[in-house]
Design a protein around this ligand. Structure first.
Ligand code: NI
Length: 178
C-alpha cells in the first residue's frame, strides 16, 4: 500500500519485455495492483504499467471513470485492470494524438495510434475482458500495452518536431509537470 517511484526513460527496466502472469491468486500480484493504483492516483495518471514501477509483469491499469486533470478533454475510460493482454487493431486507420507518460515527465509527443482496437485479457479475478474500443480509450490501451514490450511513446513519434516540453508546446495550458 504505497506510492512507488516511477522509473523514468533511460532506466533499462523500461526496455524489457515483461513476462506473463502465471497465478492470479498470489499475494505478490495483489500487492502490485494496490501499489499501481496508489501510484497512478497520486500522480493523476491515465494509466500505468507494472514495468513503470520496476515489475516486469504483463499487468496494466488505466482509466479513471471521471475526467482526468491531466487529460481534461478526453473521454471517460472505465477503470480497468488488464492482465496478460492481447491487442489487435481493427482496421488499419491510424490517428495522431498527443501523449504524455509518467516515465517521460514534463513532455508531450504526437503519436500515431490505431483508431480502433480489440483487446482481450483477464482482470485480477480471472474474468475475461474482451472489448472493442476507439478514440482515447484505444490510445491509452495501446500506450500501456507498449510498456509491456519495452516500448515508450517517443519511439512511436514519426515527426520529432512534435515532441517537446509541455510549457513550450502548450503555453496557454496549465499542464502538470509529469
Ligand atoms: Ni506511459
Amino acid at each position: 500500500m504505497s506510492v512507488r517511484p516511477v522509473l523514468r526513460m533511460g532506466d533499462p527496466l523500461l526496455l524489457r519485455v515483461s513476462e506473463s502472469v502465471e497465478r492470479l491468486d498470489s499475494a505478490q500480484l495483489r500487492e502490485l495492483l494496490v501499489d499501481m493504483r496508489d501510484t497512478m492516483a497520486a500522480l493523476n495518471g491515465a494509466g500505468l504499467a507494472a514495468p513503470q514501477i520496476g515489475v516486469s509483469l504483463r499487468v496494466v491499469i488505466f482509466g479513471t471513470g471521471a475526467p482526468n486533470p491531466r487529460y481534461p478533454d478526453a473521454e471517460v475510460v472505465p477503470p480497468t485492470v488488464l492482465i496478460n493482454p492481447h491487442l489487435e487493431p481493427i482496421g488499419e486507420q491510424l490517428e495522431p494524438g498527443w501523449e504524455g507518460c509518467l516515465s517521460v515527465p514534463g513532455m508531450r509527443g504526437l503519436v500515431p495510434r490505431y483508431r480502433q482496437v480489440r483487446y482481450r485479457g483477464v482482470d485480477e479475478q480471472g474474468r475475461t475482458i474482451d472489448r472493442r474500443v476507439g478514440g482515447f480509450h484505444a490510445r491509452v490501451v495501446q500506450h500501456e500495452v507498449d510498456h509491456l514490450d519495452g516500448v515508450l511513446y517517443p519511439m512511436r513519434i514519426t515527426d520529432m518536431r512534435y515532441f517537446g516540453f509541455n510549457e513550450e508546446l502548450f503555453p496557454d495550458q496549465q499542464l502538470q509537470d509529469d
